[in-house]
Design a protein around this ligand. Sequence first.
Ligand SMILES: Nc1ncnc2c1ncn2[C@@H]1O[C@H](COP(=O)(O)OP(=O)(O)OP(=O)(O)O)[C@@H](O)[C@H]1O
Length: 234
Amino acid sequence: MISLQSVSVRVPVPRAPGQGWGTRTLLDDITLDLGERRVAFVGANGSGKSTLLRLLNGLVLASSGRVTVDGLDPATDGKSVRRRVGFVFTDPLSQLVMPTPLEDVELSLRRTVRDRTGRREAARGLLAARGLAHVAEQSIYDLSGGERQLVALTAVLAVEPAVLVADEPTTLLDLRNRLALRRIVAELDQRVVLATHDLDLARDADRVLVVDEGRIVADGAPAESIAHYERMMA
Ligand SMILES: Nc1ncnc2c1ncn2[C@@H]1O[C@H](COP(=O)(O)OP(=O)(O)OP(=O)(O)O)[C@@H](O)[C@H]1O
């Protein structure tokens, strides 16, 4: 279970020149229990979705209130939480650390597959299963945005996290790969929490929450929450 109890995130922001610093509230007193297998957050640009997701693996810490992931607090058990929570960033280059997809996936497998040859074969197999065999040994920088996004997802899933958190995982994908990603998310055994502007992906979730100016303004079945969001944005 993922729980947020009265969680707020506040950051210091500069006031007008010479006026010192003020505080901006990015998330405002959010209380949630997320027990569903597929949870999606939708909301306008800058509403606070990424900040909320980042709380789940300790990349952002609550200014007040408490976050727990399966009983672990990212503020105090950061390492254990990050083992449980696989995080896919909007910008894949911020997480692909090795020169090629093959090496990046191998890195993810280093704990589970000790033997080097076996690890290479396993990494090749995982990339092939995502239609990425042909780019396995290409430079990360020569991949298309969509290929990088799929490699990042493959590398994160290779660790077999208990929870997959994905921040706008379809932004760089073409229609075929968007459909493939929806299928991957639907078939995963793991729990998935994502933020997305892709309302088709959100519709596949068990629960959709609408974020607006750092608050949850709708929370429920996809059809109702998305209808609320569409009215809000009209
Ligand atoms: N460390 C920070 N300091 C100041 N402002 C911040 C900080 N982090 C985020 N923000 C601001 O908080 C707001 C919410 O950001 P966040 O990235 O969570 O939005 P989002 O809903 O994910 O948006 P998008 O859909 O555009 O990705 C934005 O206005 C952003 O500029």
